[in-house]
Design a binder for this molecule. Structure first.
Ligand code: TXA
Ligand code: MG
Length: 347
């Protein structure tokens, strides 16, 4: 299959009628799958009402069929067509964070969405993305769009159109290239089907932000206890893994430096995932800077691109700094832990 690339400037006016966006929307209406930029990562979109379209998403990504997709909509009023009810706390979260990087789990109305999209669950995950191109596409096609991250299953999520093409060129109808995404880690997934909301996946909206709107928010036990079964099916899979083994290193930069030098002495090609503040300390073969420690948002924005770059550099082993587990640091550490398969070296 020839994968089309539509270049769209997200700052131009009237995007909904932009010929490139309209062309992509027509593919979606024909039940083809199209990658699109969002404010978090690129998504691989397909008509959420069509089993045919949704099966193409699973096939292109090589995604396990038990892992449900997030449904993207342009306007809140679309919700009532496929969710049973909007609980009061969900209402408040929507008011505060949509459009934005927050996915909310609702009880699902039967018979509207593809059962493949929701992996047969009684619930459905929904969000309104905060990206002009994504919103224009959603409005232009007039459909709820199922969209997981537009990477091959297991790879780091794509934060630009080249990442999408690296994984999916020839496997999807097209990609809208709207430039690099902003936030860089996926949306926060919060289950609002019980009295107290539960975070199933940390992401662009922090626990502290959620709590400021609805009071107590719990965190799925699986996020801290490896033995617990995650409530978001996708969280049980290893993700984001670079080709070389990745170790998180907790300790002083001196300790990290010593580990790196030991491996270099053994003749290995060593990669270091570090930050602007510390990069000058290392003489490893491949030192990649992933944002600034003092501004964790910049680390989130650069994380997946940095993980992908290590593959191009063909390193034998990667050592990474760790980050504080607060604010967006929770999402960063969650993704880093998955990329490392939880391998942590402590000083
Ligand atoms: O930022 C994002 O959320 C991106 C952009 C494209 O919107 N999308 C994304 O989708 O990250 P994906 O498929 O890579 O991750 C969706 C996560 C998975 O862990 C999945 O298991 C979980 O959401 N999920 C989806 N529906 C669910 C449901 N009904 N109950 C529990 N977890 C659900
Ligand atoms: Mg994903």
């Amino acid at each position: 299959m020839n994968t089309k690339v539509w270049k769209v400037d997200k700052y131009v006016d009237n995007l909904e009628n932009n010929p490139q966006v309209v062309d992509a929307a027509n593919f979606l209406r024909d039940n083809e799958v199209v990658a699109l930029p969002t404010e978090t990562v690129y998504g691989l979109g397909g008509n959420a009402k069509s089993d045919t379209a949704v099966k193409k998403i699973f096939a292109a990504k090589g995604r396990p069929s038990d892992n449900p997709l997030i449904i993207h909509i342009a306007e809140k009023r679309q919700l009532s067509t496929f969710v049973e009810d909007i609980p009061e706390k969900a209402e408040r979260l929507i008011e505060a964070f949509w459009p934005g990087p927050l996915t909310i789990i609702f009880k699902r109305k039967e018979g509207v969405l593809s059962e493949t999209a929701t992996a047969g669950l009684a619930t459905v995950a929904v969000r309104i993305p905060d990206h002009p191109v994504a919103l224009a596409l959603l409005k232009s096609c007039g459909l709820p769009i199922a969209a997981p991250s537009a990477n091959s299953s297991g790879k780091p999520s794509p934060t630009n159109a080249d990442h999408v093409l690296d994984d999916l060129n020839g496997k999807i109808a097209g990609v809208i290239d709207g430039g690099a995404t902003g936030i860089g880690v996926e949306s926060t997934v919060v289950d609002c089907t019980e009295a107290i909301p539960v975070i199933l996946r940390p992401g662009g909206v922090t626990k502290e932000q959620l709590e400021s709107i609805v009071g107590e928010v719990q965190v799925d036990a699986a996020l801290t206890d490896e033995a617990a079964r995650p409530k978001a099916p996708g969280m049980k899979y290893r993700h984001y893994a670079p080709n070389a083994p990745l170790y998180m290193v907790s300790g002083t930069t001196k300790f990290l430096h010593r580990l790196v030098e030991e491996k270099r002495q053994e003749g290995l090609r060593v990669g270091v995932l570090t930050t602007k503040e510390n990069a000058h300390l290392f003489e490893a073969d491949v030192v990649l800077t992933c944002g600034k420690r003092a501004e964790l948002e910049t680390v989130a924005a650069a994380l997946y691109d940095t993980l992908r770059k290590f593959n191009l550099e063909k390193v034998d082993v990667i050592y990474s700094e760790v980050f504080p587990n607060t604010g967006v640091g929770q999402a960063i550490m969650n993704r880093l832990q998955k990329a490392a398969g939880n391998k942590l070296i402590t000083e």
